[in-house]
Design a protein around this ligand. Structure first.
Ligand code: SF4
Length: 339
């Protein structure tokens, strides 16, 4: 059975036209899929019984429930979702005051091989479809309360660009979830062609994983540096007109003795000179099999203060969900195989 959930309005129009249904039926179906809390075609009660029966012959509503939910002592939750390819992905839900942020995955595992990342150890096991990405927001307990979405879970979003863009279209279109793109942030390690297409085709915020301003160090941490050096990534961003509302930020995980020195502060200030941006400092959560360590709290605070003094707005991201392996860089479903 083909899923209706995850179809764009244009795709729904094609379906209704193939079934010779009235033109407005596509919009009615989109409303049921993306604006109401129902989960079966039979619940689409403004469609005639006959129309529902015809849809049921070929299609299913298409939501997928999580198979496991873990809750942290700080309220963060980690959801495990089965995928079409008999694998699993993880999604984190982070409550903070009146905000509910969902951190979605875009791939099962990842090809990018970043040294500090637990997902990298899993290797690449497949792409997620747009409906599997949006399902991570629609099928959690907090679906009705989501205020922000970050594409920072498993995978590199711009290595699955078409499905990621389609998922953003569903989330932000009037016929879809009608969310403001300003509540969505997509994070990349700096895949330039994908990043430029994203900047052109979407209005969502951009976050770039920077982690060190130095070429040789970054190459050791992130193999992508060979193909897309950070200088070039930043040059492209500097060339882009971000307008007043759209934000670019940089993620910076601190590693003891590696990227946490005054020399790094100085070089970051040079690299980001003239940009309106923010740096989010992230505490490193030790990943088995890497020699990397987090610096102490004092070093982290000093690093932040030095950057702020240089005029770069810098914040430290609160660590959430560490006890359930939901924190940054800790998502992995390697051991899980669908039985
Ligand atoms: S940090 Fe992101 S891009 Fe790098 S391996 Fe992990 S998931 Fe992939």
């Amino acid at each position: 059975m083909e899923k209706l959930f995850g179809k764009t309005l244009a795709e729904l129009k094609k379906i209704t036209s193939d079934l010779k249904l009235p033109g407005f039926t596509a919009k009615q179906i989109a409303d049921w899929l993306y604006k109401k809390e129902v989960s079966s075609i039979d619940d689409m009660t403004n469609l005639s019984k006959n129309v529902r029966a015809r849809l049921n012959e070929k299609y299913e509503f298409g939501l997928t429930a999580p198979t496991r939910i873990q809750e942290s002592i700080d309220g963060t939750k980690k959801y495990l979702f089965p995928t079409l390819q008999d694998k699993f992905v993880e999604t984190a839900m982070i409550p903070e005051g009146d905000r509910v942020t969902v951190c979605v995955s875009s791939q099962v595992g990842c090809k990018m091989g970043c040294l500090f990342c637990f997902t990298a150890k899993q290797g690449f096991q497949g792409q997620l479809t747009a409906d599997e990405i949006v399902n991570q927001i629609r099928s959690i307990d907090e679906a009705g309360e989501v205020s922000n979405i970050v594409y920072m879970g498993m995978g590199e979003p711009f290595d699955n660009l078409d499905e990621v863009l389609k998922s953003i279209e569903i989330l932000t279109s009037d016929w879809g979830f009608a969310m403001s793109p300003r509540r969505i942030t997509v994070s990349t390690i700096g895949i330039i062609p994908g990043m430029l297409t994203f900047l052109e085709q979407s209005e969502a915020h951009l976050a770039v994983s920077l982690h060190t301003p130095f070429n040789d160090e970054r190459q050791k941490l992130m193999p992508v540096q060979v193909a897309y050096p950070i200088e070039q990534v930043i040059a492209e961003i500097k060339n882009w007109d971000f307008g007043r509302q759209r934000r670019v930020s940089f993620e910076y995980i601190l590693f003891e003795g590696l990227n946490d020195t005054p020399i790094h502060v100085k070089e970051l200030a040079r690299l980001l000179d003239g940009m309106k941006c923010r740096i989010n400092l992230i505490r490193f959560h030790p990943v088995p099999g890497t020699p990397l360590k987090s610096p102490g709290e004092k070093t982290i605070q000093t690093f932040k203060e030095q950057l702020n003094k240089k005029g770069i707005l810098t914040t430290i991201r609160a660590s959430r969900g560490e006890d359930i392996y939901a924190a940054c860089g800790l998502l992995s479903t390697k051991e899980l195989v669908k039985s």
